[in-house]
Design a protein around this ligand. Sequence first.
Ligand SMILES: *Cc1c(COP(=O)(O)O)cnc(C)c1O
Length: 393
Amino acid sequence: MNGRFGIHGGQYVPESLMGALKELEEAYNFYKNDPTFNAELTALFNDYAGRPSRLYFAKKLTRELGGAKIYLKREDMNHTGAHKINNVLGQALLAKKMGKTHLIAETGAGQHGVASATAAALMDMECTVYMGQEDIERQALNVYKMELLGAKVVPVTSGTGTLKDAVSEAMCAWGRCVKDTHYCLGSSVGPHPFPMIVRDLQAVISKEIKAQILTAEGRLPDVVMACVGGGSNAIGTFYHFIDEPGVQLIGCEAAGRGVDTLETAATISTGGVGIFHGMKSYFCQNEDGQIAPVYSISAGLDYPGIGPEHAGLYDSGRAQYVPVTDDEAVEAFEYLSRMEGIIPAIESSHAVAHAMKIAPAMDKDKIIVITLSGRGDKDCAAIARYKGGKLYE
Ligand SMILES: *Cc1c(COP(=O)(O)O)cnc(C)c1O
């Protein structure tokens, strides 16, 4: 069935939203094969976002770890500093073609809100961003950026006033204004067709990796890996390798203070099957099936679910998902900074941390590609505090 990944996915939404999802799916199915749309999208990717992003051989890191060769896919070099721009440029262009004049988006830490506000500014659209009250207070700089870019930030006070509540609120709001508005969802989650659209837009990552590694090494990598929040940079990293059985796919989840504590966001390791935000997938939940509060040092991975395509890849055994703690991610954040002069986002540091665990035991002729989903400038103050330092923003 359309939009299903094994038992996962689907469209578990109120009837009032079904029309909007259908309109979106039809428009997307048309434009994804439209040469003009694709030419415009490629121009935006290349001229505005700075694609293709580099595939960098981390020579020093490889030598120090003493095992597999490690390449870094540099999504941190994109305009606005992360992979999120790939998704918002595609969705904003699609919305524009559909005659929409307004984008709404949800945001947790503010990264997707800033990316959406950026695309809206570029394409001359209105933009409203739903953000939890709690997050608004924690992420003042990103609120300022969104407003600077011309977006309106709407505080969400329901639930815990964080990302999951912002998603629920944005979905509700979309139902009231679908006529002129597109909901620019920020990860490969939610009801069909969102997980498919976001995956297709982020699949540029694996498309480029494949071509770049063939040029550099003349063969495919043994492992590709990425951090997983909702799963968009990871599914983008996996996509063109799913049908290459020789390539191992590894998603790195945020374990927070550990998978045996309640302060975790490791969905596959600790969650169960459920239905939330319009999709069937794995979610962190209590025994009544209520969505559990999640925790990670990394705001971008602090989501209680995982995209349905990942849930399907996990069930089938095609991809593997591993937990990485705050402490391990912080160590990797510092290690990569010192080793390669590259400060990774704390989200991406989760993937670096797992590579640090597995690379030393692998043969020197094996190849690992890690997607660096974003840059770490935004995290420096928080990591300094975590380490007991005093750095004021
Ligand atoms: C938002 C974000 C993530 C997590 O989102 P996914 O949809 O799982 O990719 C990871 N890394 C960075 C830098 C982010 O901003």
